[in-house]
Design a binder for this molecule. Structure first.
Ligand SMILES: NC(=O)c1ccc[n+]([C@@H]2O[C@H](COP(=O)([O-])OP(=O)(O)OC[C@H]3O[C@@H](n4cnc5c(N)ncnc54)[C@H](O)[C@@H]3O)[C@@H](O)[C@H]2O)c1
Length: 387
């Protein structure tokens, strides 16, 4: 069976998806859509499919069974709802929406569960993270005590921010590093450790770039079991770090430089603390390197999984409904920063939407720095270099 497939948003990421489709023959490209006609026309000519300049025309034409939405984030909600209502299977780029209330609206439109609704959380295919998740879920680390993720190698230049008028504005993007680069990390964090109960956010706006949104973030979390967490990110530091460290009562796992290292305490740390007669003793440890092979199938694997979910009901790697959690975390960090208070989760979605509306009203969204017809970046390989 081949699935008639459409791409909405033929920009930087959309072009990467188009070139990945050759590895997923089950998805047969029948349509592309972009509000910049030259982009849709160029892709349609290259891939021999129909071009549309408005997603509503694409949906009305009934030439697709499934669509991938790779437009700027705000449109994920409106186009996603329209595509679900039209009965299509939908794969939506991250973040699934800009704010929690929009996530709820989008997820609520998925009423027919025969329609597959997935999100492009490609980093879930990376064995470093899914093996870490298996360790945590299997209780190998014991009760979690602390999680620290320093993810500061999302460096971006002013030229990057100038490459689309929607970027790094409240009205065009609804946030900065938390809404564009960090959705991957925030998704993995909640996927591995679950959601915290309380979030304290400390965001800096335009600290390193001429932008109105956050480009520097430090957040502190508290979890139900008393574990704590710190999340640090920026687009303004080089060379930057990507180090995820999770400590539990049976040791510590570090993911850094492409390796997963598990330093396992031979006994439970809390038990040792209570029972050891020594004053300065620490538990003995075993050093274990968890084998990992490469970085997984990434975007192509999510595409393939989406096709297999449609064809034969294969479970999704990243169901779209789970995309609400990373958005909620990002929103909570921003809300805490603006209110100068900790945020209890679940976040009050309506209160955050009100705040965002005020920010949008004050947005100094730039005029396009380049003509809208400028060719999108198609070599995105460096943008994924977050290891
Ligand atoms: N999964 C990943 O690794 C990854 C990487 C980069 C970007 N993304 C996501 O992909 C999305 C697009 O980012 P990008 O960097 O490709 O942006 P981009 O600006 O390069 O491309 C967006 C494209 O969408 C088009 N567009 C805008 N509104 C539209 C509409 N209503 N209908 C149809 N087309 C429309 C624009 O003309 C443009 O061609 C974002 O949500 C971003 O978060 C994901």
């Amino acid at each position: 069976m081949s699935i008639r497939f459409g791409l909405i948003g033929v920009g930087s990421m959309g072009n990467v998806h188009l070139s990945n489709l050759k590895h997923v023959p089950a998805l047969q490209l029948t349509a592309v859509c972009d509000i910049v006609p030259e982009r849709a026309d160029a892709a349609a000519a290259t891939y021999n499919c129909q071009a549309f300049y408005d997603h509503r025309d694409l949906l009305r034409a009934k030439v697709c069974d499934a669509v991938l939405i790779a437009t700027p984030h705000y449109d994920h909600t409106t186009i996603g709802i329209a595509a679900l209502k039209a009965g299509l299977h939908v794969l939506v780029e991250k973040p699934i929406s800009v704010h929690k209330a929009d996530c709820e609206r989008l997820i609520a439109a998925h009423t027919n569960k025969k329609q597959v609704f997935a999100a492009m959380f490609n980093q879930r295919t990376d064995p470093h993270y899914y093996k870490l998740r298996e360790l945590v879920k299997a209780g190998e680390l014991g009760a979690l005590q602390r999680v620290v993720w320093i993810i500061t190698n999302w460096f971006r230049t002013e030229a990057y921010y100038a490459s689309g008028d929607w970027r790094a504005t409240w009205s065009g993007e609804g946030g900065g590093v938390l809404l564009n680069q960090c959705p991957h990390n925030l998704d993995l964090l909640q996927w591995i450790c679950g959601m915290p109960r309380r979030v304290y956010g400390f965001c800096k706006f335009g600290k390193y770039h001429k932008i109105e949104v956050e480009d520097d973030v430090t957040a502190y979390f508290e979890y139900d079991n008393g574990a704590t967490g710190v999340f640090i990110s920026t687009t303004g530091e080089a060379p930057g770090t990507n180090r995820l460290e999770i400590t539990g009562e049976r040791g510590k796992v570090v993911v850094e430089h492409g390796t997963v290292t598990f330093t396992r305490t031979v006994v439970n740390t809390r038990t040792f603390c209570r029972t050891s007669p020594e004053r300065f003793a620490t538990p003995d440890v075993w050093h274990i390197t968890i084998p990992t092979d490469g970085y997984g199938g990434q975007h192509t694997e999510i595409l393939r999984n989406f096709a297999e979910a449609i064809e034969k009901g294969t479970p999704l790697i990243a169901p779209a409904r789970e995309g609400i959690h990373s958005v909620e975390l990002a929103n909570a960090m921003l809300y805490s920063t603006f209110t100068k208070q900790p945020v209890e989760l679940p976040l009050d979605a309506a209160a955050y939407e009100r705040l965002l509306k005020k920010l949008i009203a004050s947005s100094k969204r730039k005029k396009p720095a380049r003509p809208a017809t400028a060719a999108p970046l198609t070599d995105m390989s460096k943008s994924f270099a977050s290891r």
